[in-house]
Design a protein around this ligand. Structure first.
Ligand code: DGY
Length: 322
C-alpha cells in the first residue's frame, strides 16, 4: 500500500515531524514562511492530509482544488480558519487540539489579568524610561484582583479553568455567560454563577473573553458593550481577535471609559490596530497564551495523532466535524 502524503504548513516540534515520517511521506515548510492561499493549494497537490497551525484558511475553494485531501488537523483548539460546513460537504475530516492547552492558556489569561489590573507593563516602561524618581503612595495605582468580580464570557474548558483559579485562588466572585448554562455540579465546581451578558458587563470589575470566534461573535464587544462596563473595569481577550472592536476599545481606553485592557489576540493579526499601539493602558502580547514548550509539543502531537488516525481509516481523536 502506498504511504499517504501529508503537508505540514509551518514549523512544528521536530520530534513530531519525525513521528509523522514514520507513518507518511512528509513535506514540511522548510522555509517556515506563511504560504498565501494560492501557494498553499499548490503545495497541497497530491496530499492526503494537512497539518495546519491555525492560520491557514481551509475553505470550499481550497477543498475543490485539492480533491485528494482527506484530513486536515489544526494544532490549535480554535478552528475559525476552517470552514467546517465545506469540510463536511467535501468529506474531509477536520480536527483540533482541545484539552491539551487548557490549563496553560488559563494560566496566561490570569497572568494577563494581573498584568493589566496591576499595571505591570506600564510600570516596567515607566522604570525603563528613567521616570521613577521616588516611592509615592499614588504611583501607578491599579485595581484589586482578589475579592473582586470576574465576568467570564465563554465558559468552555478554558473559561472553567480560569473560574477555578479566580474563585479558589483569589477569592473572586465569578459570573459567566455562555451559549448554554453549565450543569449545576460544574457550576459548583467552578464557583461560578450564570448571568446574561448585560448583567455580566455591568457587574464585573474584570471581564475575560474566552469564547470561540463565530460570525455571530464578530465585535461582540463594541462601543455599546464597553459603555455598559464599569469605569474602573478591565477587559482581557485571550479568545480571538475580531470578537472585540479594537477601534472602539482604543477609544474607551483613551477616554477612561474603562481602566485598562489586556489583549493577546487582534483582528487581522499580526497587524495590530494603530490606535491600540498608542494608548498606555493596554497590555499587548502576540497570541502566546498556549506558548509553553510542553503544551506546544502536546498540541503538535495531538494534531499528528489525529492525522494518523484518520489516514489509517480510524476516527479522529478530537474531530470538529463528524
Ligand atoms: C488556540 O489553540 O486556538 C490558540 O489560540 C493558539 O494558541
Amino acid at each position: 500500500m502506498p504511504r499517504p502524503h501529508i503537508l505540514i504548513a509551518r514549523a512544528i516540534a521536530p520530534q513530531v515531524v519525525d513521528f509523522l515520517r514514520e507513518h507518511f511521506e512528509v513535506q514540511d515548510n522548510q522555509a517556515d514562511v506563511a504560504w498565501d492561499a494560492e501557494a498553499l493549494i499548490a503545495q497541497l497537490q497530491g496530499k492526503d492530509g494537512l497539518l495546519a497551525t491555525g492560520i491557514q484558511r481551509v475553505d470550499a475553494v481550497l477543498l475543490a482544488a485539492c480533491p485528494r485531501l482527506k484530513a486536515v488537523a489544526n494544532m490549535t483548539v480554535g478552528y475559525n480558519n476552517f470552514d467546517v460546513a465545506a469540510l463536511t460537504a467535501a468529506g474531509v475530516q477536520g480536527s483540533n487540539t482541545p484539552d491539551v492547552l487548557t490549563e496553560t492558556t488559563a494560566d496566561f489569561g490570569f497572568a494577563l489579568l494581573m498584568a493589566t489590573a496591576r499595571r505591570i507593563t506600564e510600570g516596567e516602561h515607566f522604570l525603563r524610561a528613567g521616570k521613577w524618581r521616588e516611592w509615592r503612595y499614588d504611583m501607578l495605582l491599579g485595581a484589586e484582583v482578589h475579592g473582586s468580580t470576574l465576568g467570564i464570557l465563554g465558559m468552555g474548558r478554558i473559561g472553567q479553568a480560569i473560574a477555578r483559579r479566580a474563585a479558589k485562588g483569589f477569592g473572586m466572585r465569578v459570573l459567566y455567560h455562555n451559549r448554554s448554562q453549565l450543569a449545576p455540579a460544574l457550576e459548583v465546581d467552578c464557583c461560578a454563577r450564570y448571568v446574561d451578558k448585560e448583567t455580566l458587563l455591568r457587574e464585573s470589575d474584570h471581564v475575560m473573553l474566552v469564547l470561540p470566534f463565530t460570525p455571530e461573535n464578530h465585535h461582540a464587544i463594541g462601543a455599546p458593550e464597553l459603555a455598559l462596563m464599569r469605569p474602573g473595569a478591565t477587559l482581557v481577550n485571550i479568545a480571538r481577535g475580531g470578537i472585540v472592536d479594537d477601534a472602539a476599545l482604543a477609544r474607551a481606553l483613551r477616554t477612561g471609559q474603562i481602566a485598562a485592557a489586556g489583549l493577546d489576540v487582534f483582528e487581522g493579526e499580526p497587524q495590530v490596530h494603530p490606535d491600540l499601539l498608542t494608548v498606555p493602558n493596554v497590555v499587548l502580547t502576540p497570541h502566546i497564551a498556549s506558548a509553553t514548550e510542553a503544551t506546544r509539543r502536546r498540541m503538535c502531537q495531538l494534531a499528528a495523532d489525529n492525522l494518523v488516525a484518520v489516514l489509517q481509516g480510524q476516527a479522529a481523536l478530537t474531530p470538529i466535524n463528524t
